[in-house]
Design a protein around this ligand. Structure first.
Ligand code: NDP
Ligand code: OXD
Length: 306
């Protein structure tokens, strides 16, 4: 069995070593243009040439949860595309989102500024009932974040494409219930896949439907947010601020206004990192299952785009 590794932005050597240890029977190499046909590939943002040259591939394993870098290429709907299914990312996402939520709710940035000036100050306690958290995307990551937010007793609601039943969580689904979901939300968390339906979903019109003084946490993809619309909404007081981990252009350009806005916190696409050992174990297990003709989880629906 032959497997190619074709991952932009990842150092190949440690991945090759881990994959070879997990699948000793396989021949595993870095893909190069013109290379012969392989059975499987481990990919992250591969070039179109790779897809064009490897139409026979039995499955492409994306080493991330989001497959938008692949769905924007010309990809045969027959190609089995498999995304990472948690693989250690959901607990990281839960940490990141609860950290951003609690930092905002408890006004820790204000304390940090006071402490920097040796000022001993207190803020008036706020009520968590006044900070209902709305999570867009109730998949693997969204549902883990719901649980984390519930631990701290914030009211939480969720929105997804298809209806869901989650214990103690009002769930909204589809376009018809989007406005109702937004109207009740004070802290909006985006954990959607980037598809043609979700691109630009956070914009002037939708963000203005949140509760006044709402806060935005975007941990999904930069293109979910119409970036030009955010700062005017914050400066007018309609929004209280935002924590952003993802951007339309990454790395975020040095001159981008998000870097220096006092009410925007920027992190470098790090909310849930791909963990090599967990990812390799998951991918190797799925390759073995496919070779035995067994079904696997995490196969992307080309029609839905995630
Ligand atoms: P899943 O596929 O498990 O979940 C996606 C969720 O989004 C599902 O609940 C789905 O609804 C919902 N959804 C999709 N389209 C729509 C729509 N048009 N309207 C309403 N809801 C919709 O994905 P994961 O939870 O594993 O990952 C989510 C995203 O997080 C990834 O696609 C990626 O972009 C991002 N991510 C970011 C990382 C980072 O470091 N910043 C790390 C990892 C992931 P339904 O349940 O009905 O299908
Ligand atoms: C992912 C990511 O999609 O890291 O997994 O963004």
């Amino acid at each position: 069995m032959k497997i190619y590794f074709c991952c932009t932005d990842f150092k190949a050597e440690p991945w090759l070593a881990a994959l070879r240890a997990a699948l000793p029977q396989a021949q595993i190499e870095v893909w190069a243009p013109g290379a012969g046909p392989a059975d499987y590939a481990v990919v992250w943002a591969p070039p179109q040439q790779f897809l064009d040259e490897q139409p026979q591939i039995k499955a492409l394993f994306n080493i991330g949860a989001g497959v938008d870098a692949l769905t924007q290429l010309k990809l045969s709907p027959k190609t089995k595309l498999v995304r990472l299914d948690d693989a250690g990312m959901s607990v990281q996402m839960a940490e990141y989102v609860t950290h951003a939520l609690i930092r905002h709710f408890r006004e820790f940035d204000v304390y940090a500024a006071d402490v920097a000036n040796a000022k001993w100050s207190f803020r008036k306690p706020r009520l968590r009932e006044d900070f209902p958290v709305g999570i867009m995307g109730l998949g693997v990551l969204g549902q883990r974040v719901v649980r984390a937010v519930q631990t701290f007793e914030f009211p939480v609601r969720g929105w997804s494409r298809s209806p869901k039943e989650l214990h103690g969580v009002p769930c909204y689904a589809g376009d018809a219930q989007f406005a109702e979901f937004l109207a009740e939300t004070k802290v909006l968390v985006c954990l959607l896949p980037l598809t043609e339906e979700t691109r630009g979903i956070m914009n002037r019109e939708t963000l203005a439907q949140l509760r006044p003084g709402a806060y935005v946490i975007n941990v999904a993809r930069g293109a979910h947010l119409v970036e030009e619309d955010l700062i005017p909404l914050i400066d007018s007081g309609q929004l209280a601020g935002a924590t952003l981990d993802v951007f339309r252009q990454e790395p975020l350009p040095a001159g981008h206004p998000f870097w220096r806005h006092p009410k925007i916190t920027v992190t470098p696409h790090t909310s849930a990192r791909t963990l090599r050992d967990e990812s390799v174990a998951q991918i190797a297990g799925k390759i073995v299952a496919l070779e035995q003709g067994k079904p696997i989880a995490g196969v992307v629906d080309h029609h839905k785009g995630y």
